[in-house]
Write a protein that binds this ligand. Structure first.
Ligand SMILES: Cc1cc2nc3c(=O)[nH]c(=O)nc-3n(C[C@H](O)[C@H](O)[C@H](O)COP(=O)(O)OP(=O)(O)OC[C@H]3O[C@@H](n4cnc5c(N)ncnc54)[C@H](O)[C@@H]3O)c2cc1C
Length: 432
């Protein structure tokens, strides 16, 4: 038997959680695996940097109790004991005041709404928590559903600003099943891998390399071609060829790399819009918010839509006693903010902070960082699910699995892990 017959070769494009999970399954099944990653590190959207000697994600990350696939993977690689589940405070800034919104009692106390609307809000949330079948909600927008069942005022004060903060001008078009999943799957306890999620990515890369897989960093793929039963992938370093290829990059980027894809496939699946993520991370010498972890900014005139104080969730002592706050935005990828000099962005963001804590002074800032990521948030409109491509593509041996195929849940590490497990199984079953 030839070596190839004994051990098929599989290429994986992308070393985010989806690519690494699938690569782990291929390696466990005995395939020869090469992972090609454009960046100089693994992690994709969960790439991290160093604060006080500890890894910190460039964009805020946590888990929900319902993230079973991600929890199982963390346990599988031996890090399960380091996941902690605090119950941090979530609040909203409305009319210049902070309101906690963590419990049914908080909803009943939410004074910007009349009591009758608070009761409708609570009843709507309770319904979405118990409704197990999102298909019933298909075909309608979240905006229509919320106005009808929770009331127009609840939409105006609470959910409208939240939908706009995530989807901008698309806020009125977002599919109700997406909103269902946000309420249905959310838990009040949030999970974090102490020391940073990057520990999981590092561990996965180690396990893969020990098992003989090759993790190539700085290996941006330029083209994909399928010919004579093999798949050819071009990077700056040259051409690699495989029996099978799994691309975990956004569908639009995949379409650009695979020039032989048929027109009807492009027309059907190269659809929809995506937003990029922007985050300013401030490292402060003291806390900014009084115990609040997550603050939705529902007041107009702020340059960011959420303030997330990581060290009101994880202890500041994990970061050398420093306090960490993310100021986040989701925006069209051509938005002016992505092109502005970091110093200008920083000044604008800092000048808004006294509206959250009037005592804030710029002398509290020890470090600041600005991070940007394209293709960070799919825009889940009502017809979104009709344009999700299957994993098997028209190019023989080439498979596509990415976070833009997650539906109706909001993209998250858990769903990339689930998809990585599933697509690897599908590909392995079809290997000779
Ligand atoms: C602001 C923000 C907050 C989030 N919060 C949470 C959270 O709280 N909890 C949670 O679980 N998830 C959260 N997520 C989502 C989570 O980050 C993603 O769901 C997950 O990281 C997706 O992993 P992936 O492997 O599918 O994709 P990615 O991480 O995007 O990986 C794709 C990889 O492909 C590489 N690549 C692209 N093009 C090429 C090319 N041509 N050649 C080679 N490589 C290429 C990229 O560099 C990248 O490493 C958040 C995301 C954002 C942006």
């Amino acid at each position: 038997m030839t070596e190839r017959a004994e051990a098929p070769s599989v290429g994986v494009i992308g070393a985010g959680i989806l690519g690494l999970t699938a690569a782990l399954r291929f390696t466990q099944a005995g395939a020869r695996v090469v992972i090609l990653e454009r960046e100089d590190r693994v992690g994709g959207l969960v790439a991290s940097f160093d604060v006080g000697g500890t890894h910190l994600e460039r964009f805020y990350h946590h888990l929900f109790r319902s993230d079973h696939d991600m929890r199982a993977l963390i346990t599988e690689v031996g890090l399960g004991g380091d996941v902690v589940w605090p119950k941090p405070d979530t609040s909203v800034l409305y009319g210049g005041r902070l309101y906690s919104l963590d419990s049914a009692m908080d909803v009943l106390r939410f004074s910007p709404l009349p009591l009758s609307d608070r009761i409708r809000l609570g009843a709507g949330i309770a319904y979405l928590k118990v409704e197990g079948n999102y298909h019933r909600l298909e075909g309608t927008t979240a905006a229509q559903w919320i106005r009808r069942w929770m009331g127009p005022e609840v939409f105006r004060v609470l959910w409208g600003p939240l939908l706009r903060s995530k989807f901008g001008d698309y806020a009125e078009q977002i599919a109700m099943p997406w909103f269902w999943s946000r309420v249905h799957l959310r838990s009040s306890r949030l999970g974090y891998l102490r020391g940073g999620f990057y520990r999981l990515y590092e561990r996965l890369a180690e396990i893969l390399e020990r098992a003989g897989a090759r993790v190539e960093l700085g290996a941006g793929v330029r083209s994909i071609r399928a010919e004579a039963g093999r798949v050819f992938v071009e990077t700056a370093a040259g051409m690699e060829s495989f029996d099978r290829l799994l691309a975990t990059i956004p569908t639009r980027l995949f379409m650009q790399l695979a020039s032989d894809l048929p027109e009807e496939y492009r027309l059907r699946y190269d659809q929809g819009d995506f937003y990029g993520a922007h985050s300013v991370v401030l490292v402060l010498d003291r806390p900014l918010m009084d115990g609040i972890y997550w603050l939705n900014v529902n007041d107009p005139g702020f340059p960011f839509v959420a303030a997330v104080e990581h060290t009101n969730y994880m202890p500041a002592s994990d970061y050398g006693g420093r306090h960490i706050i993310y100021l986040g935005n989701y925006l069209p990828m051509n938005a002016a903010l992505f092109g502005e000099p970091d110093e200008d962005v920083l000044q604008r963001f800092l000048s808004a902070l006294p509206r959250i804590n009037s005592a804030f002074d710029q002398s509290w800032v020890l470090e600041s960082h600005v991070f940007k990521a394209p293709y960070a948030q799919p825009i889940v409109t009502v017809d979104y699910h009709e344009h999700i491509p299957p994993h098997e593509t028209p190019l023989p041996g080439v498979y596509l699995a990415n976070m833009f195929q997650v539906y109706p849940q909001d993209r998250g590490q858990n769903y990339s892990v689930r998809m990585g497990n599933r697509v690897a199984r599908e590909m392995l079953e079809r290997l000779p």
